[in-house]
Ligand binder design. Structure first.
Ligand SMILES: *[C@@H]1O[C@H](CO)[C@@H](O)[C@H](O)[C@H]1NC(C)=O
Ligand SMILES: *[C@@H]1O[C@H](CO)[C@@H](O)[C@H](O)[C@H]1NC(C)=O
Ligand SMILES: *[C@@H]1O[C@H](CO)[C@@H](O)[C@H](O)[C@H]1NC(C)=O
Length: 358
């Protein structure tokens, strides 16, 4: 069985990445939907899963179906994180599921800014996924959100299928935060940091709730509009969290009153704000490879010669320079519409110059 032996503290939702890996190995997920699963009771199945802390195992027993959603959410975290950071030196390579053993690079355990982002995104994603899975009929015993209490606007009525936040929020929160609520294992400072950032993720998610509407009536007339409450797309939530990542606050673990708490390290004395991401340890510059610090370096990363942002060749390559190469793109072109109803296109080749860091 797989273990993340180098990590004393099991990581909240990242646990689910291990699950994802484990499950793809034994087809446990498909099993749980098949008649064979009937012969296996929940406690047996949940015992098969590695790296769960007791609260999570208990949630698994009582809500077996949510594990599948949580595993999907974990994959979503990885994908979204990598997309959001594709223009940065740190490109979220820390969440890797390699073919032999899944592992986290140590930077996520050290309480860095990157860890802050990953925890916040994880906690938002799990709730996002659980709340939406209800409406998709993936979890028995829950459905679309119940109709909001407030009156609808003058130009619409409530309808459609809202994300069931009342279901997803408590369950997702409990699962993600369980490892940090353990008495044993992990430093108190680290746990406070992860719990705080987890909550920031949920706050961003809650504030992302928007109305989605659909028009009804004779073609396009929109004489009747129904609306429901829905979270924004994860990529928008991730972008919001990325800007909080860029302005995250370094904190120290200090006695405040009767207990030790996290307080900003800079001189102006103020409590930590509940909408800012916080971190305990500075990150390396991620320019060069350093396994210990969880940096894979930027060698061979693609950079953008005309950009002035973080993906510019100057910044991405840390001044080491870059190598050009050419890439042939095949595109559809000279498309023609034929009556009725099809389109024919030619294939055109275009050569583009690209650059990778030395
Ligand atoms: C589940 O299976 C385990 C192991 O076979 C058994 O000890 C336990 O009593 C079973 N629980 C239920 C609720 O059937
Ligand atoms: C992240 O960067 C590393 C190091 O250059 C690279 O090997 C990896 O493919 C990148 N990952 C993604 C998702 O772009
Ligand atoms: C490079 O950056 C420029 C300016 O930000 C942008 O317009 C362009 O699409 C980028 N090119 C690539 C290949 O990403």
């Amino acid at each position: 069985m797989m273990r993340s032996s180098s990590h004393a503290l099991p990581l909240g939702v990242l646990t689910a990445l291990l699950l994802a890996h484990f499950c793809s190995g034994i087809k446990w997920l498909t099993l749980s939907n098949s008649p064979i699963a009937l012969h296996m009771n929940n406690s047996q199945q949940c015992k098969l899963l590695p790296n769960l802390v007791p609260t999570q195992t208990q949630l698994c027993r009582t809500h077996l179906e949510i594990i599948k959603t949580i595993v999907q959410a974990a994959r979503e975290v990885k994908k979204t994180c990598q997309k959001t950071f594709s223009d940065m030196r740190w490109n979220c390579s820390s969440i890797e599921i390699s073919s032999d053993s899944p592992k986290y690079r140590p930077d996520l355990d050290r309480g860095t800014r990157e860890a802050a982002f990953v925890y916040a995104l994880s906690s938002a994603t799990i709730i996002h996924s659980l709340s939406r899975a209800c409406g998709l009929g993936e979890i028995t015993g829950c459905t679309c959100a119940k109709r909001p209490d407030e009156a609808p606007g003058p130009d619409f009525r409530w309808g459609g299928c809202g994300d069931n936040m009342a279901y997803g929020t408590p369950l997702g929160t409990k699962f993600v935060d369980a490892p940090m609520k353990l008495k044993r294992s992990g430093s108190h400072a680290n746990k406070l940091m992860h719990l705080h950032n987890s909550e920031v993720g949920r706050q961003v998610l809650r504030r992302s709730v928007e109305l989605k509407c659909k028009c009804h009536g004779v073609s396009g007339s929109c004489s009747v509009r129904t609306c429901w409450k829905s979270f924004q797309d994860l990529k928008d939530i991730a972008m919001d969290l990325k800007s909080r990542y860029l302005s995250a606050t370094k904190v120290v673990h200090r006695p405040m009153g009767t207990r030790k708490q996290l307080v900003p390290k800079d001189i102006d004395i103020r409590p930590v704000r509940d909408n800012e991401l916080v971190y305990l340890h500075s990150s390396p510059d991620f320019c060069t490879k350093n396994e210990k610090l969880g940096s894979v370096g930027t060698q061979d990363r693609q950079c953008n010669k005309t950009s002035v942002g973080s993906d510019s060749c100057d910044l991405m390559c840390c001044g080491r320079g870059y190598n050009p190469y050419t890439e042939k793109l095949v595109e559809r072109c000279h498309c023609k519409y034929h009556w009725c109803c099809y389109v024919t296109c030619k294939k055109c080749e275009r050569t583009v110059e690209r650059y990778v860091c030395k």
